[in-house]
Design a binder for this molecule. Structure first.
Ligand SMILES: Cc1cc2nc3c(=O)[nH]c(=O)nc-3n(C[C@H](O)[C@H](O)[C@H](O)COP(=O)(O)OP(=O)(O)OC[C@H]3O[C@@H](n4cnc5c(N)ncnc54)[C@H](O)[C@@H]3O)c2cc1C
Length: 405
């Protein structure tokens, strides 16, 4: 049994705490705010078994031109958002080339396929079933071209990864989701995935479970992590090991210990809207770069990627997403005065860092889950906990790959 500090109480940090605790360790989590109130709060709530390929950067000349000219809504940028992370973005582009992306997907697919098996026991033990739906999610296709592409993707995902999907006509979609007002070409129902009506609430429930099982959550700043003799110390808490699970804030801390992490920060926004008869499933309308999730607070419209250092008060992607949502559904006024915003912690090679920080005894990295950290937290937590206990870890996820370049 070891005393272990986990820095950060998002989905990744809290899952790490639970996995280490299950192996008999004495774990203290240090969180400067409230568990599950940052990135792990603001996502679309999907616990995905179908997302077997990480998001590649669009590299087709037309797509790149659209992004460069600020057209379309998948990626928006400003010079002050783009330039500081240009090196990481170019590396992301290199890893988006077909051969590299296939390699990343082989690892990513193995992680993602475990997600509901890992969340299931935690949801049950945390008594969080009331905020979980196990009915999959729907990707809607407005045009025949998008439907054709979806058909091919579904076939490929079934053959290569065993992912179940049901392709539906527009009429079948409207029978399943009567709140959809307009005719669309069709939809993919990714039936194995789960979704959550309160993502921050799920992290809070996992955090409460961690405490019930004897774990401590200290409210403090982990940014001063330092060594004192053989121990790691952060905000006066000490441990033999320390795990950095600070999501998008992780590189600030690792840099002090010689690991410069080139992260791509993809900002997203969400806002809830009043809706009397919400859809039964989250509905992705990727043609308009949004996911529309029925949440406890209303219909959550979540946006794609923006490369900006500071949030915008009136984000164009959210404005466009709201317009698309109003075409599809009868939605009312926004619930909040202002949108929520946060940054997806994305690694250029699209794989999270899970393992030892090089040259630092008993210092561990566990972050960089990009678009799917809410899904993957409990999966990679098991991998990290196993390695910390003497297992081999996953070589593709080791932080040492950053140093090798
Ligand atoms: C719009 C949007 C939609 C998304 N949709 C999905 C989805 O549907 N499914 C999915 O799987 N993923 C989704 N994601 C991605 C997912 O939300 C993230 O990958 C995940 O939440 C990252 O979790 P984390 O624990 O690493 O980071 P965080 O949740 O950000 O946790 C980090 C924690 O560290 C704390 N912290 C930071 N600095 C310090 C410090 N100095 N001292 C102490 N504590 C500190 C923070 O307060 C925070 O609580 C989405 C993301 C966005 C933005």
């Amino acid at each position: 049994m070891a005393e272990i500090l986990v820095l950060g109480a998002g989905m990744v940090g809290v899952s790490t705490g639970l996995a280490l605790q299950a192996r008999g360790h004495d774990v203290t989590i240090i969180e400067r705010g409230v568990p599950g109130r940052e990135t792990s709060y603001g996502n679309a709530g999907l616990i995905q078994t179908e997302a077997v390929e990480p998001y590649a950067m669009p590299l087709a000349p037309f797509a790149l031109m659209q992004i460069a000219l600020g057209r379309g809504f998948d990626v928006k940028w400003t010079p002050s958002g783009l330039l500081p992370q240009l090196g990481a973005i170019l590396s992301y582009a290199r890893h988006s080339l077909p051969a590299a992306h296939r390699r990343a997907s082989a690892t990513w697919g193995r992680l993602i396929r475990q997600s509901t098996d890992r969340h299931g026991p935690l949801i049950a033990a945390a008594g969080a079933d009331n905020i979980i739906r196990r009915n999959g999610y729907i990707e809607l296709h407005r045009t025949p071209a998008r439907m054709d592409k979806a058909r091919k993707t579904a076939e490929r995902f079934l053959t290569e990864f065993g992912v179940e999907a049901r392709l539906m006509t527009g009429a079948e979609l409207r029978a399943m989701e009567p709140s959809v007002k307009i005719e669309v070409e069709g939809a993919t129902h990714w039936s194995d995935s789960w979704n959550c009506a309160d993502p921050g609430g799920l992290v809070a429930a996992y955090a409460a479970l961690f405490q019930k099982r004897g774990g401590r959550i200290v409210n403090g700043d982990a940014g001063d992590l330092h060594r004192k003799g053989a121990a790691w110390v952060a905000d006066e808490a000490t441990g033999e090991h320390a795990v950095i699970a600070l999501g998008p804030w992780s590189p600030i801390v690792t840099e002090r210990f010689g690991l410069r992490v080139p992260m791509v920060f993809k900002r997203g926004y969400h806002r809830h809207y009043h809706m009397e008869l919400p859809p039964h499933h989250p509905i992705a309308d990727f043609g308009n770069s949004v996911v529309l999730s029925p949440m406890r607070r209303g219909l959550r419209i979540a946006t794609a990627a923006e490369l900006t250092p500071h949030p915008r008060l009136s984000p164009p992607q959210l404005k466009h997403g709201e317009k698309a949502a109003r075409e599809l559904f009868d939605i009312g006024a926004p619930v909040e005065a202002e949108p929520w915003t946060g940054r997806r912690p994305c690694m250029p090679d699209m794989l999270p860092l899970v393992g030892r920080v090089p040259d630092q005894p008993n210092l561990w990295a566990h972050f960089g889950h990009g678009h799917q950290g809410f899904t993957l937290g409990p999966v990679t937590a098991e991998i990290l906990a196993d390695e910390l206990d003497g297992g081999a870890g996953w070589s593709e996820l080791q932080p040492s790959r950053i140093k090798r370049g």
